[in-house]
Design a protein around this ligand. Structure first.
Ligand SMILES: *Cc1c(COP(=O)(O)O)cnc(C)c1O
Length: 382
């Protein structure tokens, strides 16, 4: 498989084959797809692929995914799993129309949290949002404020590799907590009771293609959606979450969904649940992250970007590289040998590598990656 994707050598450096990871995909989303997920797509021919999403085979696929997500999270009574087309970015627009009553508070500490904040800030029907900002590599936490009816923050800030605690702030009364779990879901522990809306997309831990969003929603969130969407506010139909709730309850989507990602997602959920569910996936990401941060602590040429250990992400590790070495020389030497997508988030602009540690990634491959990087650094440095 590897040589098929390898790009022309950009350096003369050849990493010994025995050091290389068996699977070289370490992207932070899209991320490694397991062979069994591809096989599941093949097996979906002809019973699911090319058939109507209004009929039973596809509806039972959607139903399986909803049920398995609920099982993975041991979803409490009153919570349900809803979905819609468009991915997490579309969910931000839907939330601005269908969830925020008048004012949102956002915690921003990287690109993704900021993008959602920009959405509510530019919505003409909402009051000015409150933004609690922390610098990249740290986290900002929500705090109760008068007039705020949605508290929003990312569980895992994929652009910086910082993860934030998911706890309902004290004293927020009827306000909702709306947490971006896009890169955290399926890889980090969550107590769903701390959130009213926990939304994510399938291209990170679930190893599927993007383009859909899922959300775990509380009873209070369902009530809020009903109230806001019947308030007379203009809401584009694709961003109307009541429509999403109604369709999801019938195991459907408002408009035609892509079927292959749903098939891939179901296969990943089966793998996660068969392995032991939340304990299994978090033990994988705990182990992978332990290995990479230990390496970063021991190696003189690299160090973890996130300094506070409790905020160091277990699904996306950001590792600063010593200024004497160009991190992009490392990533291109690795890419030439099929180890891909460890480039830093472009806008962060650091001499850094960023490694996706989603459950599908084998911890032994993480160790192999660190050895390969050591090899490259030693041979670039001389
Ligand atoms: C990837 C990501 C998104 C964007 O997801 P899309 O499905 O591409 O819209 C949003 N938030 C976080 C935290 C992400 O990691």
């Amino acid at each position: 498989m590897r040589s098929q994707y390898a790009e022309p050598m950009s350096s003369d450096l050849t990493i010994p084959a025995e050091l290389l990871p068996r699977d070289g995909r370490f992207g932070s989303g899209p991320s490694k797809v397991r062979d069994a997920q591809v096989q599941a797509v093949v097996d979906a021919q002809p019973h699911i692929l090319g058939t109507s999403h209004r009929q039973m085979p596809v509806r039972s696929l959607v139903g399986d995914v909803r049920r398995m997500v609920a099982e993975l999270y041991s979803l409490p009574d009153g919570y349900e799993v809803i979905l819609g087309n468009g991915g997490s970015t579309s969910f931000w627009d839907a939330a601005a129309f269908s969830l925020v009553e008048s004012k949102a508070q956002h915690c921003t500490f990287g690109e993704f949290g900021s993008k959602f904040a920009q959405v509510t800030a530019s919505a003409p029907h909402l009051e000015e949002s409150e933004v609690r900002e922390a610098s990249a590599g740290s986290v900002a936490l929500p705090e109760a404020r008068d007039g705020v009816d949605v508290y929003a923050w990312p569980h895992n800030e994929t652009s910086t590799g910082a993860m934030a605690p998911v706890r309902r702030p004290q004293g927020i009364q009827e306000a909702l907590t709306v947490v971006d779990g896009t890169s955290a879901a399926g890889g980090l522990f969550l107590d769903p009771r701390e959130t009213d809306v926990y939304y994510f997309a399938p291209q990170k831990s679930f190893g599927a293609d993007g383009g859909i969003w899922f959300a775990l929603v509380s009873h209070a969130a369902i009530d809020r959606i009903a109230r806001v969407t019947s308030s007379g506010r203009y809401i584009p139909a694709t961003l109307n979450l009541q429509t999403a709730v109604d369709n999801s309850r019938k195991d459907q989507t408002y408009n035609t969904p892509a079927l292959a990602p749903l098939v891939m997602m179901r296969a990943q959920l089966e793998w996660m649940l068969d392995g032991g569910g939340m304990d299994f996936v978090t033990s994988r990401t705990d182990e992978s992250s332990r290995r990479i941060y230990e390496w970063a602590a021991q190696s003189p040429r690299v160090q973890a970007f996130v300094t506070e250990t409790e905020y160091r992400s277990r699904v996306v590790a950001t590792i600063d590289v010593d200024e004497s070495i160009d991190a992009s020389a490392i990533t291109s030497a690795l890419r030439a040998q099929g180890v891909v997508d460890i480039d830093p988030y472009r806008k962060l602009g650091r001499n850094q590598i960023r490694v996706g540690l989603f459950p599908a990634v084998d911890p032994d491959d993480v160790t192999a990656l660190t050895r390969s990087i050591d090899y490259v650094m030693e041979n670039l440095a001389t």
